[in-house]
Design a protein. Structure first.
Ligand code: SUG
Length: 417
């Protein structure tokens, strides 16, 4: 059995739109009510997957959830014809594209029973995200059905907010070796909500059977949340023995760094000082929402959004970094502008699962030929654009539902329809 890191990207659904639903997510607020381009958005996502496959990385995908969510509206005593404006946009959100919020993942080498554990996130803080989990759970139970390799848990109770892997980092000598898992939570965020509750993180660590001596809990700094870091992955990312973080990401970075160095002497911490890159520039450019990956030929690369190259302070800091002798050797750029306009960068769009790819339901694993088929369905079925008032149009509801159905039939995933 060979454990590899597999990146599962959320395929951007046909209902992708800009509704300004996420308080504390500056891009979502800034772009509220713009006209979205679901087809272009989903094709950008496919191109990112292709880009990463060509690097020799293992790539999977998760499917869009049913939108409009008629079941959720029914549970609220209404339907898509009559839903009030206060809840209608939430029923249409394509937010499940940000797969980093689908679940928290503890790979097999870290857990007591030697299986890879996944806990689906309850996402209870934002109404439009709170109804993702039942369909995400069904999908993950299918993708990771092999119970000798995986344990898929239902969300922790909504008493405590949980936003999944976006607030979780794993440091290890290599992906298949035992890791140190770091759960990052929020306490205060100034005017903005702290979405990850420490009790949810602690519950997940218990449910996954993690070794308490190799599990850390670190608070996000209030300053970072107030600057728009609604998830930790907006200001920090880890891969193998490298932690890449903004100086102001954590409430007590000294304690976190000391614990990491004690548990993993080979850890390398690449910290970006606020004097070089302000929190505002970090959040606007999504410098840290990069995918930090180990390349098959050795060395690490940062897969960054175009916006990082366009932010002068960020690009100049990155140029200096790769000219030096650090562990991150390459900067690769992808275009995910449609997702970025809702606050989702390259790292938000993927969930990392360390597992043997042959233990995953193969319908969720991607190669170039399958991505061609996915792109074909998107090109012929996804709406070209959606303006806010279009969410009232019954013809558009049908198009969204038929588009998703066409994709599921193409990938033989009929049992999820
Ligand atoms: O939860 N945006 C998402 C972005 C999630 C990014 N994920 C990570 N950082 N891992 C959110 O705020 C905007 C939807 C709208 O406004 O239409 C939204 O949900």
């Amino acid at each position: 059995m060979t454990l590899r890191e597999i990146n599962f990207d959320g395929i951007i659904g046909p209902s992708h739109n800009y509704a300004g639903l996420s308080q504390g997510n500056l891009a979502s607020a800034r772009n509220a009510r713009l006209v979205s381009q679901p087809r272009a958005a989903a094709l950008q996502g496919v191109e990112k997957m292709r880009h990463n496959l060509r690097l020799g990385l293992a790539q999977g995908a998760f499917m869009p959830l049913p939108r409009p969510n008629r079941g959720w509206l029914a549970a609220l005593g209404t339907d898509v014809e009559n839903a009030p404006d206060s809840i209608r946009p939430a029923a249409f959100s394509a937010s499940a594209m940000w797969a980093a919020n689908a679940a928290t993942v503890s790979p097999a080498p870290d857990t007591a029973d030697g299986r890879c554990h996944l806990t689906v996130a309850n996402l209870r803080t934002m109404p439009h995200r709170s109804h993702e989990w039942p369909d995400t759970l069904a999908q993950l139970r299918l993708a990771f059905a092999d119970e000798s390799a995986f344990a898929v848990h239902a969300p922790v109770p909504g008493t405590f907010g949980d936003e999944g892997a976006a607030n979780h980092m794993r440091l290890c000598a290599s992906h298949g070796a035992p890791g140190v898992e770091v759960f990052v939570y929020g306490e205060r965020g100034g005017a903005f909500p702290a979405r990850q509750h420490v009790e949810a993180s602690r519950a997940i660590a218990r449910l996954h059977g993690l070794d308490a001596d190799r599990t850390l809990f670190a608070a996000q700094s209030e300053e970072a949340i107030a600057a728009g870091a609604f998830h930790n992955d907006v200001v920090a990312v880890a891969n193998e023995n490298v932690l890449f973080a903004h100086e102001l990401a954590f409430a007590d970075k000294g304690a976190l760094y000391a614990d990491l160095r004690r548990l993993m002497p080979e850890v390398e911490i690449v910290e970006v000082p606020a004097s070089a890159v302000s929190l505002a520039d970090a959040v606007a450019s999504y410098l840290f929402n990069a995918q930090l990956v180990s390349l098959p030929e050795g060395g690490m690369a940062l897969i960054l959004p175009e916006e990082a190259r366009e932010t002068p302070a960020v690009w100049s800091w990155l140029q200096d970094m790769v000219a030096g002798n650090g562990p991150i050797r390459q900067l690769l750029i992808v275009d995910v502008r449609q997702s970025m306009s809702n606050g989702g960068g390259p790292a938000c769009l993927r969930l990392r699962v360390v597992a043997d790819p042959s233990s995953v339901d193969q319908r969720f694993m991607m190669d170039e030929a399958k991505l061609d088929r996915v792109a074909g369905v998107i090109a012929s079925h996804w709406p070209e654009q959606i303006a806010p008032e279009d969410l009232r149009d019954p013809a558009l509801w049908r198009q969204m539902e038929q588009a998703r159905e066409a994709l599921f039939r193409e990938l033989r995933l009929n049992e999820l329809l």
